[in-house]
Design a protein around this ligand. Structure first.
Ligand code: SF4
Length: 462
């Protein structure tokens, strides 16, 4: 019998990419590849890339340099998938001669064919065609790869029909395609059979979902699937935050009280250049309505600092917006031009912001956010929070780790099985996590979840 081959996937970027990595693992399992937690003994290494920010691309190139040794020593196959692969296939193949294959997000299901071709025909393979909406088949998650997890992603749509001027997604993932709601609900039901109790519905722009019912209805129906305790989703565009979706937050407690609502800038002038399709006033109107419907809801956001043409005054408006809203968390980044985007092409015309100015603005914004996050977390000390136990704490093996409904990370002393809902007494708080001790167990999962590393977690996220 031939020894089983091993694969290692290095994932860059967001939750969408982590989800794609899981689908890649499932495709490879079908051809007798098993995951390995380190690249050093892998026979196949895949970099699942992200091109939202320039830094991620640089990180991919430096990782490729490291994996070259494994290629030299073991003859490992090396492939590049994801958004950078879609956009820069020619550059990757020219610059990195030891890359064996390049494949786009729509070619994940073809991985077995791609790998077989390289193994038998000894050729380099490029597979980056988009599949148009009528023919696109969403990869079905295999519940076996979710064993060991109580929280899982479920893809509900792909692509994006918006044209935000800084964003590569429309160029790398194509137009929006929604998955039929019956398929989504069936996948959620299958996941519950291995102990999954929390699902996060994912898509580039989930709240414009059109898979036979509205996105709000999809959330409500997902919440009704037996053994589902928590429903989350990511990520959203403010102009698709409908009254119906807000109402769903009011009526369904299983939709978790956390909304990631990217604002990107607090200046209307910048928002117009970004082609974001809303004003600051419209964003605030939606946000206030959401907060009224679900008091105490955690709101997080994305912000781009130093967008081309952003003046000091524009930035002050963003700073003021953040000071007023007091987001629970924010992902703020300095602008970097991305290939083929309108903002990248017009950067010189609109006026590039000097790097040191961008960095100073980002530091101010981050300092404000640290203060806002601490204001949210500190008052929780002494209180009891509900936590879904996800596994061992990453900082201390003998502690547990989980999240509150508001998506706050909690590390705690306790021994509740993975998948339990427990009450935790909060004893300490930092801006990013809570610490405490387990009080009582509120409920157990419907099946015993083994404390093993999940099968598809043969990846690191960079
Ligand atoms: S809505 Fe999001 S994914 Fe779509 S173009 Fe804008 S930033 Fe990109």
């Amino acid at each position: 019998m031939q020894p089983q081959k091993r694969y290692f996937i290095h994932t860059f970027g967001c939750q969408m990419n982590v989800n794609d990595t899981n689908r890649m693992g499932e495709a490879l399992a079908g051809m007798s590849y098993a995951p390995t937690p380190t690249a050093d003994n892998a026979d196949l290494i895949i970099l699942n890339t992200c091109s939202i920010r320039e830094k991620a691309e640089d990180k991919m190139l430096s990782a490729l340099g490291r994996y070259r040794q494994v290629k030299l020593q073991r003859g490992a196959l090396i492939g590049v998938g994801g958004c950078v692969a879609q956009q820069e296939k020619k550059k990757i193949l020219e610059k990195v001669p030891y890359v064996d294959f390049v494949f786009g997000p729509d070619a994940i299901g073809k991985l077995p064919d791609i790998v077989s071709r390289i193994e038998t025909e000894k050729v380099r393979v490029v597979e980056t065609a988009w599949v148009d909406s009528e023919n696109y088949v969403f990869p079905q998650a295999d519940p076996k790869t979710s064993v060991g997890r109580t929280t899982e992603f479920v893809t509900v749509m792909k692509g994006c029909d918006n044209v935000c001027s800084f964003c590569v997604v429309p160029h790398t993932r194509g137009r929006e395609v929604s998955r039929p709601f019956t398929d989504v609900l069936q996948e959620v039901a299958r996941l519950t059979t291995v102990g999954v109790r929390e699902v996060t519905l994912v898509g580039q722009n989930v709240n414009s979902y059109r898979g036979g019912i509205s996105f709000a209805q999809l959330l409500l129906r997902t919440a009704q699937v037996p053994n589902v305790e928590r429903v989350r989703f990511t990520t959203s565009h403010p102009h698709d935050l409908s009254d119906e979706l807000i109402e769903a937050f009011r009526v369904e407690p299983k939709i978790m009280p956390h909304f990631h609502l990217p604002v990107q800038s607090g200046s209307n002038e910048v928002l117009v250049k970004m082609k974001r399709d809303y004003t600051v006033a419209a964003y605030m109107e939606r946000l206030n309505k959401l907060r009224a419907a679900r008091p105490g809801i955690a709101v997080t956001t994305d912000i781009i600092v130093g967008f081309p043409g952003e003046t000091d005054e524009d930035f002050e408006k963003t700073y003021q917006l953040c000071a007023d809203v007091r987001f629970d968390g924010q992902f703020a980044f300095v602008y970097s031009p991305r290939p083929k985007t309108v903002a990248g092409l017009k950067e010189v015309e609109w006026g590039p912001v000097p790097h040191e100015v961008k960095v100073k603005r980002l530091e101010r914004l981050n300092a404000l956010q640290r203060q806002c996050s601490l204001e949210v977390m500190a008052p929780l000390v002494g209180q009891t929070v509900e936590v879904l136990v996800e596994g061992h704490s990453r900082t201390r093996e003998d502690r547990r780790f989980g999240r509150t409904p508001h998506n706050r990370v909690v590390n705690f002393d306790g021994d509740a099985p993975i998948g339990s809902l427990v009450e935790v007494q909060v004893e300490a708080a930092s801006q990013s996590a809570l610490s405490g001790r387990q009080l009582k167990t509120l409920s157990l999962p419907n099946v015993v979840i083994p404390e093993v590393a999940p099968v598809a977690e043969s990846c690191v996220v960079g």
